[in-house]
Design a protein around this ligand. Structure first.
Ligand code: ZN
Length: 82
């Protein structure tokens, strides 16, 4: 008897219920998305190296653009393009 893991139904998605839209690597203000957390939240690395978990809605609507410690100064956002 197997227990614990059920075979996936008909969802052609990765495990752990990763949202359809993968935003890993995207940048939102001071935050760079580094991976999926859970419950619609994404791990982001702030410019100050702090890792925070932010709801995707807050990223998309621009509500959250930093770790919250760096302050909400919009002027603090500077772009670095590789
Ligand atoms: Zn920060």
């Amino acid at each position: 008897m197997k227990e614990g893991k059920k075979p996936p139904l008909k969802y052609p998605q990765k495990s752990h219920r990763v949202p359809k839209k993968d935003i890993t690597g995207k940048q939102f203000g001071l935050l760079t998305v580094i991976g999926y957390d859970k419950d619609g939240k994404w791990f982001c690395r702030c410019k100050c190296e702090k890792i925070v978990s932010v709801k995707s809605n807050n990223l998309h609507y621009g509500n959250t653009t930093s770790c919250g410690i760096c302050g909400n100064r919009k002027a603090a956002i500077d772009r670095t393009i590789d």
